[in-house]
Write a protein that binds this ligand. Sequence first.
Ligand code: UT7
Length: 343
Amino acid sequence: MSKPQIRPASGAQYSRIHGVGGYRPVRVIPNAEVLEWIDSSDEWIRTRSGIEQRRWAGPEESVSEMSVQAAGKAIAQAGIAPEQIGGVIVATVSHLKQTPAIATEIAERLGCGTAPAFDISAACAGFGYGLGLADGMIRGGNAEYVLVIGVERLSDLTDKSDRSTAFIFGDGAGAAIVGPSDSPGIGKLIWGSDGSQKDVISQTQAWDTAFAQPGAINGTGDEVKWPALRMEGQPVFRWAVWEMAKVAQQALDAAGITADQLGAFIPHQANMRITDAMIKALKLPASVPVARDIAETGNTSAASIPLAMERMLESGEARSGDLALIIGFGAGLVYAATVVTLP
Ligand code: UT7
């Protein structure tokens, strides 16, 4: 008797992004307000990071609420019903309740039925990681449409007295619907990690250490140091400039695309100077529009690429059907780059 064989799952031959949407919190924090917390200057912040303002979420603008708003726009642009979504992936490092995953609540609020829903922690590369997973799920036959969300409330993890990070981070959500396609709409994902540099961007302390502090439980809590994000800016900056340009080039090569064929370059909005250094290293022609959303939005980690993508499409800087090179990089260290067709 022949051995029983599992029927292999198979899905669409290709996938693409069908819709993108973003949510930006109402409250704008200009550099002038940051100067109330740290010894700095508007000029220093602008020239060193390119940031002019960022948005910080209010109490009602939770991780779940911002995600639902962004996802609603992506679903509308894709022209699908929420019930058609067969997977919800939420990339975030700032959903403070570890269990359950925030993705299940978001899936339920959106009306995605029993869609599998889970969170991933891949910091500023989270959107790219999610996109790669969605592409695999669709082509592997495990979902028809997948919702990928990058969302952060980094203001909850920002130490307003830390002058090396207080001006950088912002809040927001970006979402994309990934689904089947007749032609390739997402290139090979060039992704990876370097755990030897795990300490260069990290939470100052674990939650258990924070709660073990005197006064943390049943005390006034006044003396408790709330965990925050800490970053050694220079090593991260050097790594981003030297190593990430190579990763971006690999993504172009793997997709068989040259820089001059791009309709947009959408790097993670970490620092305007990192973006400029990458443009140089990639020899990107001046005709290729570049995302510079950081000026108004700050660094929103997992949300930054879909937010910047939405802005470029809305402003007409980039057009539907254009090819875009995206690259995310950050805490881990982790990175992910690919070429996509814009929705
Ligand atoms: O999203 C995840 C990935 N993250 C990134 O890719 C961020 C990468 N890093 C960066 O973007 C930059 O390193 C920062 C924007 C964070 C900092 O810029 P930098 O040019 O690397 O500044 P630095 O830390 O080397 O500091 C330069 C000088 C120092 O003074 P001296 O020693 O030259 O006199 C600092 O004390 O600037 C001083 N400084 C400041 N001055 C005014 C540091 N922070 C501030 C500040 N305002 N907020």
